[in-house]
Design a protein around this ligand. Structure first.
Ligand SMILES: Cc1cc2nc3c(=O)[nH]c(=O)nc-3n(C[C@H](O)[C@H](O)[C@H](O)COP(=O)(O)O)c2cc1C
Length: 358
């Protein structure tokens, strides 16, 4: 990013960071949502943040570039056209559950600024799969649908008992299948009681079998894993996934682990209950990608997510075996020019490599 734009963003960020984290998020999303309905504004953003193309084709879908928006940022598709205008090459909406739910009591999102990290215990606040389908239908008929793949993150409704999880996920999948290009089964959020138990062999197998049976439009179905799983449990999940023809893996969700905070503000944020995202997740997410790539022998694509903040992080994640990457916390800390600066950085790295080889 150019120096003046970086400074401008840092000044705006320091204002936003005076606000409660979720409030700042909601305000920003409201603003982006309003912009999304104004095609000239979306076009101006797109032109201002135009990044080098870097097309990737996976599951027969054309991705303009491999840098996507991670789940949780836009849980109700409020700002769908704007994410593409910010340069993202794909968008994962949600997490959405079959039943509408308010999520956990507030406050439930916190910053650890010196660590470039967030802690959240949102608990799948979302409008429910049917309302999400209506929102997507409206975007489609408005003509503002983004020219990149759109995926949906599926969670389990809090009221649905674990034994009925497969049905809960399947109802959301059936309702949303006409509108999205791929699904991510989220069995790894730390903020819904016992959700992570669904990563166990028999539970995961039951969910995937039911989803496969009801996936009449043949949408790619991926599974998102928790970074706190033991390696043995990951290997087991991969076995189950392979038996049930998962289309890919998303590595990783937020972690319950904590680094030591560098200052008082960070330590207060890190002391909150919930899942940690951002910079401290980087090495774990990279290791996950590497091992998943080994264990799947490169047979299915991996989306690397966790602590990705610059072009070096993206390069390392792709080199570790990921085909795509996603970002949430990086956008909060680095601002709207992030995707452009990453894609420019990747281009520069490649040019330097070519020059050395010449
Ligand atoms: C406030 C917040 C809400 C999130 N909600 C979801 C969610 O609904 N489903 C999901 O799979 N991941 C969710 N995530 C996890 C992100 O998609 C991502 O896996 C994680 O934040 C690591 O990426 P990052 O370090 O770039 O933030 C959420 C993260 C945050 C910070």
């Amino acid at each position: 990013m150019e120096i003046s734009k970086v400074n401008c963003w840092k000044a705006f960020r320091s204002l936003l960071f005076q606000l409660d984290s979720e409030w700042a998020h909601d305000l920003t999303l409201e603003a982006l949502g309003s912009l999304s309905h104004w095609s000239e504004a979306v076009e101006a953003l797109r032109l201002g943040l135009r990044a080098p193309q870097r097309p990737v084709k996976i599951w027969d879908l054309e991705f303009p570039n491999p840098v996507g928006l991670a789940a949780g940022m836009d849980k109700s598709a409020k700002a769908l056209p704007v994410w593409r205008a910010l340069g993202f090459g794909f968008i994962e909406l949600g997490g959405v559950t079959w039943l509408e739910q308010p999520g956990n009591p507030k406050p439930r999102m916190f910053r650890a600024i010196a660590e470039e990290a967030l802690v959240n215990r949102m608990g799948f606040n979302n409008p429910g799969a049917r309302a999400m389908a209506e929102a997507l239908q409206e975007w489609k008929s408005s003509g503002a649908w983004p020219d990149c793949p759109v995926g949906m993150n599926l969670g389990k409704s809090k009221l649905t008992p674990l034994e009925s999880a497969a049905e809960d996920y399947a109802l959301s999948l059936e309702t949303l299948s006409p509108w999205v290009d791929f699904f991510v089964v989220n069995v790894s959020s730390p903020n819904t009681p016992n959700l992570r138990k669904l990563q166990d062999k028999s539970a995961l197998s039951a969910i995937l079998k039911e989803l496969n049976r009801r996936n009449t439009l043949n949408r790619p179905i991926l599974v998102k894993l928790a970074p706190d799983l033991s390696w043995a449990a990951v290997e087991e999940a991969v076995e189950v996934g392979t038996e049930n023809q998962v289309a890919g893996w998303v590595a990783v969700n937020t972690t319950l682990a904590r680094p030591e905070g560098r200052d008082g503000q960070s330590r207060r944020g890190l002391a909150e209950t919930g899942g940690l995202s951002g910079r401290p997740l980087r090495s774990k997410s990279l290791e996950f990608t590497r091992r998943l790539s080994d264990w799947t022998q490169g047979n299915v694509p991996i989306i690397g997510v966790g602590g990705i903040i610059d072009a070096d992080d993206v390069r390392a994640t792709l080199d570790a075996g990921a085909s795509l990457v996603q970002i949430y916390s990086g956008l909060v800390y680095e601002g709207p020019g992030l995707v452009k600066s990453i894609l420019q950085g990747l281009r520069q790295m490649e040019q330097q490599k070519e020059e050395i080889l010449r």
